[in-house]
Each structure stands twice: as C-alpha cells, then as structure tokens.
Design a binder for this molecule. Structure first.
Ligand SMILES: Cc1ncc(COP(=O)(O)O)c(C=O)c1O
Length: 399
C-alpha cells in the first residue's frame, strides 16, 4: 500500500492547492485602474452600475452594495427592524456572520438543525422553534444550493415572519423559475475572494421592496439622508442623520472589479459544475465517501461554492483531524465549513445553548470536509484531489 505523506510517503503535490481562489485577469485590473485614475473613487457611478447589474441578474428591482457580506446581513436585520428581545431563526451550520448580524441589532439567534444530506436548514426544525418573539428566518443557501424556499415561505407567511436569504455562497444558483436573490424578502451576497465573484471585500442586498432598499442605502451611510453627490446636485451643504447607521460604503474601484467579474460568472459556474461532476463520478464507488446530496426537485441550479464530502468515519481507522492533516500533507488545502455556530465560545457564553442542541449539525460537522473547487483549477489539480481522496481513504480503510 502507498505510504501517505503524513507518514513519510511522497506527497501527491509539491505546492498546496487552496480550497478556493479568485480569478482576476488583466481586463479586470484595467477596469480598476480606470476608476483609480478618475476623480470619483467611492460612492459614484460604478457603485450604481454594479447594483443595477446584480439586480437585473437576480431579477429584482433593487440592489444595494455594501462593504461586506456581513454588512449586508447587518443592514438586512436593521431594515426588518430587529431589536432587543427579538428572536431570529438561523441554521446551526453556517459562517458566524449569519448569526452575528442578529446580535448586532440586540436580537437573539435561535439555532435550527440542518438536513443531514444537504446541510440546508430543516423547515420542520424551524417551525418547532417559533415563539411569540420570533421575527424572522435566515435561510443559508449552504454550499451554493437553494433551501426549500416553498416550505420556508409558507412558514414565514403563516407566522408573519420575514424571510431573509443569506446567499453568500449562492450567486448564480436558482430555484424553480427564480434566481437566488429573488426568493426572499431580502437576500444578501458576499464578494469575498473565495466567493463566486469578488470585489476584494464587498456585499450586496437584493430586494423587491423599495422601502427596504432606501433604509439600507441610508444605513450604509451613517443614517444620513443625503449622499455628498445628492447634496452637490441640490447645491446644499446640509444633511440630517435620522438614525444610527454605519460606514458600510463600498468603493467604485471595487464595484468596477465586481462588474467585470459578473460578466464571467456563467462560464465560471459551468466550470464549477464540470469539476463537481468529475468528483461525483470519481467518488461514486468509494464506500467511505459521500458527497452532499444535490436536490433534483424544484428545478434547482447549484452554484457550487463548496464541494463537501462526508466520511463514513466508522470505516476509517483515524480521526477527522488526522484526515485533515493527511490531505494537507499531500498538498490538498481542504477546509471544514462549518463548526456549528453555537459551539463557538462567544455563543456558548452569551446563550444558554448546550452542545447537543442540533444533533444532525454536530454529527455531520465531525465527519465532513470541503475539497478544492474553484474555476481556475486545472484538470491536473482536479485529478490530484481525486487521487488524494483515494490514496488516503485506502490507507486508513478498516479491512
Ligand atoms: C454563509 C456566509 N454568510 C456571511 C458571510 C460573510 O461575508 P463577508 O466575509 O463578505 O463579510 C460569509 C462569508 O464567508 C458566508 O460564507
């Protein structure tokens, strides 16, 4: 049997393949430089162009760009009026920002369990958690796959709750006839470099609701009722801060990058799909590896931000930590998305949620791993990942 690199064998790769990486070409850089050479480098026309392009792409009337996906989530919580004493239901498996945004507004995150096959929020679990204090549900389109929006919308309507979609993973995905971004009251995106398109740091809120869009624009500018461009036009220096907002503005050069990146999204999504299909075929007869389920119903299109596999740990003579180290020793930069949010020490201390609260989330968390998936991967990179999965699982297999 081939000795794995962790035990002194020859690694499959000599350099580490990351789990995700941005793709930025000369044309992107030119567009950024054009803005940097122009008189207006923030809160100008590029921001509005990028907003309009994203709104058109997802099929809604309004998009507001912000400095990060986290700022977008915070703005969404502000727009729906989350305040002290309010509860918002959020899946246990997500990035901490999906829950932190509730706390920023003084609200309390209530963690719902996820479906074991998809890691998407489980609508039955959501319904069981609703109390008189519940104000909203945050659905996370984990890995790039749409949640069960029909059930979530039905629950939201029935209990008079707002439905927010944290689609940080899912720009380009769809559900039935709607693009992700048009399926909830407010949807948030992230443009961090690991995401489907990037602005360096950046985020967006999309909505059909003009009032939400207006509040969010004001929220990203300290709660002030006029931007400097608007004051310039009106020939006035005066402005009024009408509520407490933040500086969550994004620059024009970031939006120039975002606009350029958006033109490449369709071809990048195709590449993500073909890498995922290659992985699926390659792992189909490995007994100890199961990729997350891809739902066929409701005409979903996956955005494949992440490719996550679950290991049958009872068939392997190692811990998940050893598996993780073994992949990295072979030059494959795997990752784990995510530790259940309530297990972080901040939430353990701030909330009375105990380990065991979401049994499915905790069980899957201990068995899963994200493999490299990004459009810039060469075919050799993809084949390296597959051969490392086979090499390591064979090495540790209990025979
Ligand atoms: C599910 C989810 N929500 C929110 C965020 C926050 O986005 P950002 O890093 O742009 O603030 C991320 C980013 O990693 C994410 O994955």
């Amino acid at each position: 049997m081939t000795l794995i690199a962790l035990q002194g064998g020859k690694p499959v790769r000599t350099s580490l393949l990351p789990y995700a990486s941005q793709l930025i070409d000369d044309a992107d850089i030119e567009k950024v430089i054009d803005v940097l050479r122009s008189p207006l480098i923030t809160t100008g026309a590029m921001v509005q162009k990028f907003e309009a392009a994203i709104a058109r792409y997802v099929g809604v009337e309004h998009a507001v760009a912000l400095s990060s996906g986290t700022a977008a989530l915070h703005a969404a919580m502000f727009a729906i009026g989350i305040q002290s004493g309010d509860e918002v239901i959020v899946p246990a498996i997500t990035f901490v920002a999906s829950a932190n945004c509730i706390v920023y507004q003084g609200g309390r995150p209530v963690f719902a369990d996820v479906d074991a096959d998809t890691l998407l929020i489980n609508p039955d679990s959501v319904e069981r958690l609703i109390t008189t204090k519940t104000r909203a549900i945050i659905a996370v389109d984990y890995a790039g796959q749409a949640c069960d929006y029909e059930s979530l919308r039905r629950i939201a309507r029935h209990y008079h709750l707002h439905l927010i979609s944290d689609a940080s993973h899912a720009l380009g995905g769809s559900y039935k006839n709607g693009r992700i971004g048009s399926l909830a009251d407010l949807t948030t995106f992230s443009f961090h470099p690991v995401k489907s398109i990037t602005t360096g740091e950046g985020g967006m809120v999309t909505t059909r609701n003009a009032l939400f869009a207006k509040y969010i624009k004001q929220f990203r500018h300290h709660g002030i009722n006029a931007t400097s461009a608007q004051r310039e036009k009106q020939g006035s220096w005066d402005y009024d801060m009408q509520f407490l907002g933040f500086n969550y503005r994004i620059t024009d050069f970031q939006c120039a990058l975002g606009l350029q990146q958006l033109t490449k999204l369709p071809q990048w999504l195709d590449r993500r799909h073909s890498i995922a299909a290659y992985y699926n075929r390659s792992f189909s007869n490995l007994k100890c590896v199961t990729p997350l389920a891809v739902l066929e119903e409701d005409r979903r299109t996956h955005a494949y931000h992440l490719y996550v596999i679950k290991f049958a740990m009872q068939q392997l003579d190692c811990t998940r930590h050893e598996l993780f180290s073994a992949f990295r020793a072979e030059g494959i930069g795997v990752n784990v998305h995510y530790k259940p949010v309530y297990l972080h020490s901040y939430y353990r201390d701030a909330l009375t949620v105990k380990p065991g609260h979401c049994p499915t989330a905790e069980h899957v968390y201990n068995n899963m791993m994200s493999l490299p998936l990004f459009p810039g991967m060469a075919q050799q990179d993809v084949e390296d990942v597959v051969s490392v999965v086979k090499k390591i699982t064979k090495y540790y297999a209990i025979t």
